[in-house]
Design a protein around this ligand. Structure first.
Ligand SMILES: *Cc1c(COP(=O)(O)O)cnc(C)c1O
Length: 362
């Protein structure tokens, strides 16, 4: 079976000596490997303002707090995502306000977001779902016009581009995840990146109880409570080894995605998605819409290919019942949504086989 997701782990002979060295080095908490990983990641996304964290969820939580989100506020978000995008809003005590999606691609719709803005709106989370980039032209305008910060959830979108630059420096805040099944994994880990460097000193303290790592424990005075959100040297060491492969790995996702874009065009019962202006996806999952989805899934399964909608639309969870509303475009998109394997493990032969399997019909 060709799987939909699969962690890339660097070859044993590269990873194991580095891991063994750090594990027995006597320093496994946050230290120099974390800072070196931050520098290399910053170089990759072309933004020096990055903070390594224990998870993408931690990055979302910190971004919301840095936006000043608290109990009684509202945060506009999308249900078409993984749960942490929205459970992190609940963690702050704020209310999730659902915007609808663009039914052509399932991405949060700027027109719907405008209609959701109230005096209580403190932040807007846009999710680059499955590696497709949201309409950042429109969200930039909304953010400037209403003076509301945008947080980009780029957990699926490492290496995706806006105006020819990697995602990670367009909005005040962008979050990345290094969880097991993302483009790049450190087992668990995340990054929060900032457009403005001024955020960094406060954010650094917030990842470590509120303590200033630049001072000794005795000279420290916690003025704002922080969290246990730091990355450790062991995860960072895996990250440093991953950095040697990440460009080639992301390139493979993109090359497979472009192949499907050209070779799945014009098939009866398949509707391809459209991508936002000035963007290039990084195809964490290949996304399309199909008729008779259950039959499509069974037919591909019989041919050894996994196909699935993967995520559960978040608005159906009980914790979001106070946010309930009609989302007609999401209803339509979600009933036809399907993902097919697109990642680094899908060889040139595999992708041709997948196209042929779909062309046989279902
Ligand atoms: C994985 C994921 C996250 C959270 O990342 P973790 O590193 O698992 O905490 C956030 N948003 C989306 C869309 C994700 O897929």
């Amino acid at each position: 079976m060709i799987p939909l997701v699969k962690p890339f782990i660097p070859p044993r002979e590269v990873l194991m000596p580095a891991l063994e060295a750090i594990l027995y080095s006597g320093y496994i908490a946050e230290g120099e490997p974390v800072y070196e990983f931050e520098r290399q990641f910053a170089d990759y996304i072309q933004n020096p303002n990055v903070l390594a964290l224990h998870s993408g969820t931690d990055a979302l939580h910190l971004a919301l707090l840095l936006c000043g989100v608290e109990k009684g506020d509202e945060v506009i978000s999308t249900a078409m995502t993984a749960e942490p995008t929205n459970t992190s809003i609940v963690m702050t005590g704020a209310k999730v306000v659902w915007a609808d999606v663009d039914k052509a691609n399932g991405l949060i719709d700027p027109v719907s977001v405008r209609a959701c803005i109230t005096k209580k709106t403190k932040a807007i989370i846009v999710v680059h779902y499955a590696g497709m980039v949201c309409d950042l032209d429109a969200f930039g305008e909304i953010s400037r016009e209403f003076k509301i910060p945008v947080i980009e959830d780029a957990a699926h979108a490492l290496g995706a581009e806006y105006k020819g630059h990697p995602i990670g420096s367009n909005s005040p805040y962008t979050i990345f995840s290094l969880q097991a099944i993302k483009h790049m994994t450190t087992v668990d880990g995340g990054f929060l990146t900032f457009r403005e460097p001024a955020n960094l000193p406060r954010a650094r303290k917030m990842r470590w109880f509120g303590l200033d790592k630049g001072k000794s424990r005795l000279e420290n005075d916690i003025t704002e409570v922080g969290f246990k959100y730091a990355m450790n040297n062991v995860n960072a060491t895996i990250g440093l080894e991953q950095m040697k492969f990440v460009r080639a790995i992301v390139e493979k996702y993109k090359s497979n995605g472009s192949f499907y874009d050209s070779n799945l065009r014009g098939i009866d019962g398949v509707q391809l998605v459209t991508y936002s202006n000035n963007t290039h996806p990084s195809y964490w999952l290949y996304t399309m819409k199909v008729e008779k989805r259950d039959e499509f899934i069974s037919a591909l399964q019989a041919r050894g290919i996994m196909a699935s909608p993967l995520h559960h639309r978040n608005d159906l969870h009980s914790i979001f019942k106070d946010s309930k509303k009609e989302l007609p475009n999401l209803n339509e998109f979600y009933s036809q949504l399907i993902h097919i394997p697109c990642g680094w493990w899908v060889s040139d032969e595999n992708r041709q086989y997948i196209v042929d399997a779909i062309k046989k019909g279902w």
